[in-house]
Every structure is written in C-alpha cells, then in structure tokens.
Write a protein that binds this ligand. Structure first.
Ligand code: NAP
Length: 274
C-alpha cells in the first residue's frame, strides 16, 4: 500500500518539498506520496489529526506551525526540545508522535559533505537569533567548533539563547554592532534579510580569508550578504538550497530507513549565485 506523507504550513504554495520527496522516493524505489497541505492559521491541530486519521505516516511542518508541532509531540528529540520547534513528525506506534528538527543537521550536512568545510576547531558565527538559529546551534556545537558565536540585531535575543543552551554549549553572544575586530572561518546568515534582499551592517573583517559565507535563504542568487562576503575575501559562497535538500533527506531517512542521495536533487534546484 502507498504510504502517505505531507508538508503542513501556511502559506504552502511556494514549497519545493513535494518535488524533493518525490525525487527521493523515485530514486530509492519507495512507495509513497508526499503532498503539501495548507492549514488554516488557527487549524494546525485539526489538519494534522485529519491527516493522521486518513492514514498519514508522518509530516513535515513549516511556518508558522513549528512551535505547535513540537508541543504536540509525545517524544521530541533533544534538538527539537532545545530549539522548542519541530519540522518533522513521525506518527506511531499508536498515538505516539516523534518530533525532530532536521534544519540544523541539514545545514551541518550541507556544510561538511557538500561544501567540504569541517566545522571542528573552526570559529563559527551565526547571524540572527530566530527559529533557524535555534535549530542550528546544537548540531553545529556537536561538531566541536573552536568558537560558536551568535550575533543578532536585537542583542538581548542572542543573550537569551546563551542562557537557553547553557547546559549544552558555551555561546558567545552579542549585537551585530559588536563584531568589529572579530574574524570567523564560517559565517552563516540565519536572519531573514536574504528574503528581503537587505544588507546587514557587518564589518568586512568578520570574513576570515578563505571563509565560508553561507546564506540560509535559497533561490535568491547573490544576496547582499553573499555579495559583501565575496568582496571581503570569503573563499566559498553558498545559499541554503543544500540545507533545504539535506533537511528533507534527514526526514526521509527517519521515515523510511533509507538515505537518499542528495547531490542530483540539489543540482536540479540550484539557482546560480550571480
Ligand atoms: P525568524 O525566526 O523570523 O528570525 C528572523 C531573524 O532575522 C531575527 O534574528 C531578526 O532579528 C533578523 N532580522 C530580520 N530583519 C533584519 C534586518 N533588517 N537586519 C538585521 N536582522 C534582521 O526567521 P527564521 O525562521 O529564523 O528564518 C531565517 C532565515 O532562514 C530565512 O531567510 C529563512 O528562509 C531561512 N531558512 C532556510 C532554511 C533552509 O532549509 N534553507 C530553513 C529554515 C530557515 P531581530 O531578532 O532583531 O528581529
């Protein structure tokens, strides 16, 4: 029998997930369907329960429901618990719901496997203190960087993350205006400025010579952050298309027990950084 999976969010029209999971299923000969379901803003739980009662085996969850997805889980992973948010649910046995947050491990896999950068021993800077940063902190810290720093426009939100993660990671936190004189081997833009094509007030010196500059947004070409990184001497520029495909691969592996190959799918979705 064909197994059913879905992405639940609002809005959902732009999503690449049905395409990605369709390609994974074909390449691994898995008998499944994956659809996108737009839930009303006040109707996440009803939508999810209906999907489960119709035989759904698991789902991805996107904005604005990632916090609710975590809250309804009976068995959250450590990463989901620390992030306070989940993007992947696996239903069963019985009424149990396992929740994970695969965004961060997708990011780490993209950086290390696809971009060829090892995070161990490196100075890593995360820009932003929203959901994407929360999901990325633990998976990055598990790679044992020499330093993991979080800088945010609103410095207090970065400081709050230092406290929330204190039992697991020692974070250096501050405002974007406190970065002068600091240099990092990996600089990750986890703010939403990639979506709005807004520049960040960063000193060029944050990019160590040859650094990896990574913008989590995808499909936007050369964002103002990546353009600045290129002029400032970063050695590698990447957007978040690999993270998107790798987080999907993590979910697919959790559901199906088979790891799909990601390279061809990333290639198919890549928009050139020009
Ligand atoms: P979010 O929770 O809304 O957080 C937004 C962050 O951006 C906050 O830290 C905010 O700072 C900062 N920000 C917004 N406008 C800014 C500006 N003009 N200058 C400086 N900082 C600004 O968003 P999110 O869910 O973390 O997502 C962040 C980005 O990651 C988005 O572009 C999203 O598309 C991307 N993302 C990609 C993937 C992927 O698979 N590739 C997955 C998840 C997310 P304040 O706290 O000061 O407001």
């Amino acid at each position: 029998m064909t197994d059913r999976y879905a992405l639940i969010g609002h809005p959902i029209g732009h999503s690449k997930s049905p395409l990605i999971h369709g390609l994974f299923a074909k390449a691994t000969s898995q008998d499944l369907t994956y659809t996108a379901i737009e839930a009303p803003l006040d109707g996440f739980l009803d939508t999810l329960n209906r999907f489960r009662s119709e035989g759904g085996r698991g789902s991805n969850v996107t904005l604005p429901f990632k916090l609710q997805a975590f809250e309804i889980a009976t068995d959250p992973s450590e990463t989901a618990r620390l992030a306070g948010a989940a993007n992947t649910l696996k239903f069963g046995p019985g009424e149990r719901i396992f929740a994970d947050n695969t965004d961060g491990s997708g990011l780490v896999n993209d950086i290390q496997r696809n971009q060829g950068f090892t995070l161990a021993g490196k100075r890593v800077l995360l820009l932003g203190a929203g959901g994407a940063t929360r999901g990325a902190i633990l998976p990055i810290a598990q790679q044992r960087p020499a330093l993991l720093a979080v800088a945010n426009r609103t410095a207090d939100k970065a400081h709050a993350l230092r406290q929330a993660f204190a039992a697991h990671v020692t974070l250096q936190t501050g405002g974007l205006d406190e970065l002068s004189g600091e240099a990092f081997d990996v600089v990750i833009n986890a703010t939403s400025t990639g979506l709005t094509q807004t520049a960040l007030p960063l000193p060029d010196s944050v990019f160590a010579p040859g650094a990896l500059a990574y913008d989590m947004v995808y499909g936007k070409g050369l964002t103002p952050f990546l353009r600045q990184a290129r002029t400032a001497g970063a050695g590698t520029l990447a957007d978040g298309v690999g993270m998107l495909v790798e987080q999907a691969a993590e979910a697919f592996t959790l559901w199906r027990g088979v790891r799909p190959d990601t390279r061809a799918v990333i290639q198919q979705l890549t928009v050139p950084l020009v």
